[in-house]
Design a protein around this ligand. Structure first.
Ligand code: GTP
Length: 441
């Protein structure tokens, strides 16, 4: 028996994945060194006592999945992706873990944890190339092809545009590319970005909602590629080809799978991982061509009291209401996400500090002015909000998030139900300082 135990310990020590055994409430009984190493960045006090507590901020859904698993033993989830950090494009990859949970019996659960940072990076690269080939090689009947001038205005017309978008030559020629996108899903900055991206990489690919002439929407894959030109051709004659493909069917087919991994299980809005992925992309664009970019951190006030007074289910109703309220007040191009617990965030491309403050006030007023119906109760609540805007000293998403969090902390200290902000003009010294009273306003 002792020998078997020795062999098990040796196995756990050497196995190239993190293994942790824990109780149904998350209390850790045993974990191997690799697991401790993988989870240590999540520890708030230098120790690891409870797996669910450690993962609360990055994967709150795991506790829920384990609690809702009714069988006496079996697989609770397999390969659940958990984003640990946002990463810095070009310098540091976003750290990603894969977590599988198993129930062994009534008292013991086990998690197997692997670092999949590199796998995810390669997946992203592959997805990009695959989408490009699909766009080029398939669907000869479901695409519209047009040429754009150097600023992205439609230059040449053909029948495929009418087939896919319902537009006529008269309504399209000379118009900006934004004509094909639903309002709020694209800005002039984004069009300029895509043209530059096409210049730099040979193409720019994106998926999103487009609109037809009659106002109906379709989910489209759009690719912009620079037109071939001689080196001695004048800059004015530069142009692009735009291919728009209606892929509504494909989106619907992959929708439920996509939603499960990209959305928060409770509220249905983007989860923390999706938020950081979008924020990383936006920062990458900002780095190439700086323009306004803001981030809003939102936190429900006295949320523990709501749970304690009306119950956990009512608390969940409040969180769902908060998610809906935030989502109803932003443009399509913005990303609203639940970051964990009662914390939410909104990423606002092409939005300066003033614009972000106006939106933050709209959030605050909208929440304050409503009641959440939960069973027979009507619950009123408020939010505190921190706003941060991008500046030259910021090098990564984490830093912008920290700035917004510090403003949020200042709003809490100022009495809650209010907004505080910081502009990242000289953020680094302040961020590196040893947590002084946060400066704001
Ligand atoms: N109902 C519900 N509660 C949650 C969820 N996630 C976290 N919580 C609870 O949210 C509460 C957050 O409490 P605190 O961090 O003390 O914050 P607070 O009470 O909102 O106080 P302030 O933020 O300082 O205004 C905790 O009691 C958590 O258990 C969830 O998914 N559903």
């Amino acid at each position: 028996m002792e020998e078997e135990y020795e062999a098990l310990l040796q196995f756990l020590y050497l196995v190239p994945v993190g293994v942790v055994q824990f109780a149904p409430d998350g209390t850790i009984g045993m974990l191997n060194p690799l697991c401790a190493q993988l989870l240590m960045p999540l520890s708030s006090h230098g120790g690891l006592d409870n797996l669910f507590d450690a993962l609360e901020q990055v994967a709150p859904e795991l506790r829920n999945m384990a609690n809702n698993f009714m069988a006496t033993h079996g697989t609770i989830c397999e390969g659940q992706r958990v984003q640990l950090s946002a990463g810095i494009p070009g310098k540091m990859d976003a750290r990603m873990l894969s977590v599988s949970l198993f129930r062994l019996d009534g008292k013991r659960l086990m998690a197997v944890i692997t670092d999949i940072t590199q796998v995810v990076k390669r997946e992203r690269q592959l997805k990009q190339s695959e989408a490009w080939f699909n766009a080029v090689l398939t669907g000869v009947t479901d695409y519209a092809l047009m040429s754009l001038d150097k600023s992205g205005r439609v230059e040449a017309w053909n029948q495929s545009i009418a087939r896919v978008t319902g537009h006529t030559e008269r309504t399209v020629t000379g118009c900006e590319l934004t004509l094909f996108f639903s309002p709020g899903s694209i800005t002039s900055d984004r069009v300029a970005d895509r043209l530059r991206e096409a210049d730099a990489n040979g193409w720019s690919l994106d998926n999103g909602w487009c609109v037809r002439a009659d106002g109906s929407r379709f989910w489209a894959n759009t690719m912009i590629a620079p037109l071939a030109r001689d080196d001695d051709m004048p800059e004015e004659e530069k142009g692009y080809a735009l291919i728009v493909r209606d892929i509504t069917d494909k989106r619907e087919a992959g929708d439920s799978v996509m939603r499960a991994s990209a959305c928060d299980f409770l509220t249905g809005i983007a989860n923390r991982r999706t938020f950081f992925e979008a924020a990383e992309l936006e920062l990458e664009r900002w780095r190439r061509f700086p323009r306004p970019l803001s981030l809003i951190a939102i936190d429900a006030d006295f949320f523990k009291n709501i749970n304690d007074t009306w119950g956990h289910a009512a608390g969940d109703d409040v969180l769902r209401n908060l998610a809906l309220t935030l989502a109803a007040n932003v443009r399509e191009i913005d990303v609203v996400a639940r970051m964990g617990g009662e914390e939410f965030a909104a990423l606002l491309p092409s939005t300066d500090l003033d614009g972000a403050l106006r939106l933050a006030e709209r959030f605050r007023v909208a929440v304050e002015g409503q009641r959440v119906r939960s069973g027979n109760d009507e619950i009123g609540y408020t939010v505190s909000i921190g706003v941060a805007s991008m500046g030259p000293g910021i090098t990564g998403v984490d830093q912008l998030m920290k700035l917004a969090d510090r403003s949020l902390y200042a709003a809490k200290k100022a009495g809650r139900n209010c907004i505080r902000h910081q502009h990242a003009d000289h953020p680094l010294p302040a961020l590196q300082a040893a947590a002084p009273e946060p400066a704001s306003d």
